[in-house]
Design a protein. Structure first.
Length: 447
């Protein structure tokens, strides 16, 4: 008989922590203080949707955040996506540091799972560097945004808007205090490029930024970059460049989006949307007015998402990279997957393929169910589901019109997208011991 008091796995604990924070956020957002005086409070499902969207750093909303919530409510949302972006266990670690409590090995393993790190060793030092790094980046971003917002708002309000959007951008949350996101600032280059850089830094992965900083400190000594960091940077840059070029040419003559812009504005907008499409969710043009080819490109970018150990979602750039090199090795009839004089293990490939398969199947099933219930346009429905799964938050405008059951499915999708499809699957799976014997191998004809 199996023991019922077995210790929970890091994946299970991580899911529970996220659920607890989401529930707390939901309850607080339902309080009268979270909405303007005289306004009717929001329902439980609306609060749950908003809280989940914030913790999962998605940005989808069934409400207009700028008008529905008071300053207190907006601040709660900001805290929630800061928690969700950096990881709940990261903030728990900060509290432990402050009270002088040591972190146990089990807690280190949960941190490892939360931050998507390879090893437990050195995780505490990494956390301390990460916190400093994050607040410095968000602080610089807030200063630059303040210089722009100061022209439109009073000092206090400009500071609040700057801090809110800087954190939202770095955490790839996509929440904005403007009803139309950044459409009103499409010709402000400082805001466009500041937001874009914050999104890129948040989505490239904490380990990559930390590696770059540590290498700069070496001063003359040999630089050291892991294969993960190299692949994350190269693929991120490739996706940004390809996305920018494609959006520029696809929308070049579309007068509903960038057709009437000058060349510099067209390129700036294309770059901004290419960056934000992968996981952030901001927009400077109306997404619903884009051409079908651009919509299809967005689906591709949203599905891939950011890099591992970052604030972004999606199946991750390195997952796509490993599968790509695997296909390339198969086409060249190579027995192993080799990248830069390094051999990729079959275990890593199996994980990548599992993530890809689970993600495809999940999106297929959720989209199918919503289509049966809602009878909405296929493209809009698929776009909404992929946006939620990739924790992007870009919408073609159907979020607020969904029925309660469909909203629950989107809530679940945002949650799965934030914790990761594999982590979610492992949390509900049962850990089994490695078998003592292996069965005879037999080939199956495929293709």
């Amino acid at each position: 008989m199996k023991k019922r008091n077995q210790k929970r796995t890091p994946s299970q604990i991580l899911l529970i922590l996220f659920l607890v924070i989401i529930l707390i956020g939901t309850i607080v957002l339902m309080l009268p203080i979270s909405t303007p005086k005289g306004e009717v409070g929001i329902s439980f499902l609306e609060a749950l949707f908003t809280s989940t969207s914030a913790v999962s750093v998605t940005g989808l909303s069934v409400l207009d955040v700028s008008k529905t919530f008071s300053t207190f409510g907006k601040t709660i949302i900001m805290i929630l996506f800061q928690l969700g972006g950096l990881g709940i266990m990261t903030f728990s670690s900060i509290i432990m540091f402050l009270i002088g409590r040591k972190i146990t090995y089990q807690e280190k393993r949960i941190l490892q799972e939360d931050l998507n790190q390879e090893t437990v060793g050195g995780i505490i030092k990494f956390i301390k560097r990460l916190i400093s790094m994050v607040f410095i980046i968000e602080g610089i971003g807030a200063i630059l945004l303040f210089l722009c917002f100061r022209k439109d708002f009073e000092v206090g309000e400009a500071i609040y808007y700057a801090v809110f959007h800087s954190i939202s951008a770095f955490c790839n949350a996509g929440f904005s205090l403007f009803s139309n996101s950044f459409e009103g600032y499409k010709d402000n280059y400082i805001i466009n490029y500041t937001i874009s850089i914050l999104i890129i830094l948040g989505g490239i992965g904490f380990a990559v930024i930390d590696t770059v900083i540590q290498n700069i400190k070496r001063k003359g000594r040999k630089k050291s970059f892991s294969l993960t960091s190299r692949m994350a940077v190269k693929l991120s840059l490739a996706l940004i460049i390809i996305g920018t070029i494609c959006i520029y040419f696809f929308e070049y003559s579309n007068i509903k989006t960038i057709g009437n812009f000058n060349e510099i504005d067209k390129m700036t907008t294309s770059f901004f949307q290419s960056v934000t499409a992968r996981t952030a969710g901001f927009n400077t043009i109306n997404i619903g007015l884009m051409k079908p080819a651009t919509i299809f490109l967005f689906l591709f970018l949203m599905f891939i998402g950011a890099s591992p150990g970052s604030t972004g979602g999606g199946i991750k750039t390195t997952t796509v990279g490993v599968i790509f090199y695997s296909v390339w090795a198969t086409l060249r009839n190579k027995p192993d997957i080799n990248i830069k004089n390094r051999r990729i293990s079959w275990h890593t490939l199996n994980r990548a393929i599992t993530i890809l398969f689970i993600s495809f199947m999940y999106i297929f099933l959720i989209t199918l169910v919503i289509l049966v219930i809602e009878e909405k346009d296929f493209t809009q429905t698929l776009f909404e589901v992929v946006s939620a799964f990739g924790t992007v938050g870009i919408s073609m405008g159907i979020t607020s019109s969904l029925t309660d059951f469909s909203r629950i499915l989107i809530i679940l999708t945002m949650f799965v997208g934030r914790v990761g499809p594999l982590t979610a699957a492992l949390a509900f799976g049962e850990t089994t011991k490695r078998p003592k014997h292996k069965y005879p191998e037999e080939n199956i004809l495929v293709g």
